[in-house]
Design a protein around this ligand. Structure first.
Ligand code: NAD
Length: 411
C-alpha cells in the first residue's frame, strides 16, 4: 500500500472513531488548492529545458500551510497530495498553528549544475510567489533541496513582496534560520522516545537500540541516545551495517563516517547483514531511512519491544497488524518525526518577532512541544481505546475538524 492509500485509510478510520459528519470528512480530504506550473530555464549550454513544478496546499483551517519542496525525478501529483495531507495531520498533532502543504519539481537535482538549480528555483518561485507567503503557505527543504534552495526562494520572493524571511524555513542561519534546526528531527525523536519509555516506567539509559539510517535524523538520534546512556548496538546506512552488543561509541562512529564517508571498516564494531538490523535483538528499533521497510516479510521476526517511526511511513499496514498482535508498541511517524516541523515553526516565530532565540531555548521548547503532544495522544488512546497511531490521527483530525467547524465551513 502506498503512502497516499495508507494515509487515507488512517484518516478514514480516525473519522469513523470520531463520528465525523460525512460531508466534513469528504471536505477534509480534498486539498484546498493544487498548483501545477511549467518551469522553463536555459541550461548552462544555452539549450532550453522545461520541468513541471507542483504545490499542493491541503488545508489552512489552523493556520498557514506548511511543508517541504522536493526536487526528485519521481515527484508526481498523487504523492505530493498524500504528503501535503500528512503535513496537515502532523502540524495538528504537534499543535503548531499551521495547516499542511507539499511541493516539488520533477527533476533530478544531480543532473543540474548549481546555477541551473538556482535558475530553476527562481523560475518556480516566480510562478507561485502570489500563492505562497508568511501567512499563506511556508515552504521548507525536503528531498533534493536544502538551506541554499530556501535562500534563493527567499531572495526571489522578496523581490515581489519586500524582505520576507518568514516565507520559508530551513534557511541558512545568516538569513534568519534557527539554531537547533539541523538536529531538530533527531532530537524530537529522542524526546518522543523518552516520553514513551517514561510511560512504561523505563528510560533511555541502559536500553538497547537498533537504528536503520545514519543520515541527518539517524545520526542525531544515535548521538543523543548515546549521550543519555542508551546502548546503540546496531546501525546501518546505504554503505552497510555494524553491530556491537556492548554499545557502539557513536562519537567515534561519527568521526569515522566524517572521514571515510562510510560505516565500513569501523574498528569499534563488527560488520553485519544490513537486513538484520530491523530484526536484531534490541529494546527499541528506530527506522530512520526509507518508507515500507517493515512489511509482511519481516514483521514477524522483529524482536524490538518498541518501534519509533523516525522515517516517514516505515511500517506498512500489514506489518502494523502483525506487530500489534505481537504486542510491539509503535510510536507513529506523524508524531515521532514532528520535531523538524516544530523547530521550523520556531524559526518562523523568530523571523516574525525579528528576534533570535539561543539554542537552549529552541531545544527546551521542542521538548515541551514533543512531551505535550505525547500526552495529548495518550489521552485520545484512552478516550477511544485505540493504539498510538490512531491516537495521533484522531487527535489531529479532531483538531482540524474543530477549527474548520468554528470558522464555518458551509459558505
Ligand atoms: N530531515 C528531516 O528533518 C526529516 C523530517 C521528517 C521526516 N524525515 C524522514 O526521515 C528519514 C530520513 O531523513 P534524513 O533527513 O535523515 O535523510 P538523509 O538522506 O540525511 O539520511 C538517510 C539515511 O538513510 C540511509 N539509507 C538509504 N538507503 C538505505 C538502506 N537501504 N538501508 C539502510 N540505510 C539506508 C542513508 O545512507 C542515510 O544514512 C526519511 O524518511 C525522511 O522523510 C526527515
Amino acid at each position: 500500500m502506498n503512502a497516499l492509500a495508507a494515509t487515507n485509510r488512517n484518516f478514514r478510520h480516525a473519522a469513523r472513531i470520531l463520528g465525523l459528519d460525512s460531508k466534513l470528512e469528504k471536505s477534509l480530504l480534498i486539498p484546498f488548492r493544487e498548483i501545477k506550473v511549467e518551469c522553463t530555464i536555459p541550461k548552462d549550454d544555452g539549450s532550453l529545458v522545461s520541468y513541471i513544478g507542483f504545490r499542493v496546499q491541503h488545508d489552512n483551517a489552523r493556520g498557514p500551510m506548511k511543508g517541504g519542496i522536493r526536487y526528485h525525478p519521481e515527484v508526481e501529483p498523487d504523492e505530493v497530495n498524500a504528503l501535503a495531507q500528512l503535513m496537515t495531520w502532523k502540524t495538528a498533532v504537534a499543535d503548531i498553528p499551521y495547516g499542511g502543504a507539499k511541493g516539488g519539481i520533477g527533476c533530478n537535482p544531480r543532473d543540474l549544475s548549481q546555477s541551473e538549480l538556482e535558475r530553476l528555483t527562481r523560475v518556480f518561485t516566480q510562478k507561485i510567489h502570489d500563492l505562497i507567503g508568511t501567512h499563506t503557505d511556508v515552504p521548507a527543504p525536503d528531498m533534493g533541496t536544502n538551506a541554499q534552495t530556501m535562500a534563493w526562494i527567499l531572495d526571489e520572493y522578496s523581490k515581489f513582496h519586500g524582505h520576507s524571511p518568514a516565507v520559508v524555513t530551513g534557511k541558512p542561519i545568516d538569513l534568519g534560520g534557527s539554531l537547533g534546526r539541523e538536529a531538530a528531527t533527531g532530537r524530537g525523536v529522542v524526546f518522543a522516545t523518552e516520553a514513551l519509555l517514561a510511560e512504561h516506567g523505563k528510560s533511555i539509559k541502559g536500553m538497547t537500540f537498533a537504528i536503520q539510517g545514519f543520515g541527518n535524523v539517524g545520526a542525531w538520534a544515535a548521538k543523543l541516545i548515546h549521550e543519555r546512556g542508551g546502548k546503540v548496538i546496531a546501525v546501518s546506512d546505504i554503505t552497510g551495517a555494524i553491530r556491537n552488543m556492548n554499545g557502539i561509541n557513536i562519537e567515534e562512529l561519527l568521526k569515522h563516517k566524517e572521514s571515510t564517508g562510510s560505516l565500513k571498516n569501523f574498528e569499534g564494531a563488527d560488520k553485519m547483514d544490513p537486513n538484520e538490523v530491523l530484526v536484531h535483538e534490541c529494546d527499541v528499533l528506530i527506522p530512520c531511512a526509507l518508507g515500507g521497510v517493515l512489511n509482511r516479510d519481516n514483521a514477524a521476526d522483529v524482536k524490538a519491544k518498541f518501534i519509533i517511526e523516525a522515517a516517514n511511513h516505515p511500517t506498512d499496514p500489514e506489518a502494523d497488524e502483525i506487530l500489534s498482535k505481537k504486542g510491539v508498541v509503535i510510536l507513529p511517524d506523524i508524531y515521532a518525526n514532528a520535531g523538524g516541523v516544530t523547530v521550523s515553526y520556531f524559526e518562523w516565530v523568530q523571523n516574525i518577532q525579528g528576534f533570535m532565540w539561543d539554542e537552549d531555548k529552541v531545544n527546551n521548547e521542542l521538548q515541551r512541544y514533543m512531551t505535550r503532544a505525547f500526552h495529548n495522544i495518550k489521552g485520545m488512546c484512552q478516550t477511544h481505546d485505540c493504539n498510538l497511531r490512531m491516537g495521533a490521527f484522531t487527535l489531529a483530525v479532531n483538531r482540524v475538524a474543530r477549527a474548520t467547524l468554528l470558522r464555518g465551513w458551509e459558505a
